[in-house]
Write a protein that binds this ligand. Structure first.
Ligand SMILES: [Zn+2]
Ligand SMILES: [Zn+2]
Length: 139
């Protein structure tokens, strides 16, 4: 089971945005400058276990992610060199940093809406649990 699927970015699914987001309790807040990727759903076991369901994530250049509040931001090393950012107060999943390149994944549900993004792909669908149907993605 690789984690490489999160890295999938095609140029046509990049959008210019000026988005904001936060965790549930508001102790972690961020802004995104510049280009963001559309949303990819990941059903891998790690995303399932950490989110309680599945992860829907956008992806940005790390330099374009500005943490305006981060007092309760903690990082869990879910695989060697791979870190999941979460709020230690409210438990929200926020970030996934695979250390692979200059980019970081951001859990799309933590973005303030409307986001202007669309969902473009399902990955690691074979790891999904059996209690629900994988949402259809038309791409
Ligand atoms: Zn929080
Ligand atoms: Zn995953």
């Amino acid at each position: 089971m690789g984690m490489s699927g999160h890295r999938t970015i095609s140029k046509k699914n990049k959008k210019l945005s000026n988005l904001k987001g936060s965790c549930l309790c508001g102790q972690v807040c961020y802004r995104i400058k510049g280009v963001v990727r559309d949303v990819v759903n990941c059903f891998c076991e790690q995303c399932r276990k950490t989110s309680g369901h599945y992860v829907a994530a956008t992806r940005v250049n790390k330099n374009n992610l500005v943490l305006s509040k981060q007092a309760t931001l903690n990082w869990y090393e879910s695989s060697e060199g791979v870190f999941r950012g979460f709020c230690s107060q409210c438990g929200a999943n926020l970030f996934w940093d695979d250390g692979y390149d200059e980019q970081i994944s951001i859990m799309a549900g933590t973005l303030d809406s409307p986001t202007g993004l669309t969902t473009i792909a399902n990955i690691f669908t074979q790891d999904a649990s059996d209690y629900f149907e994988i949402p259809r993605v038309d791409s």
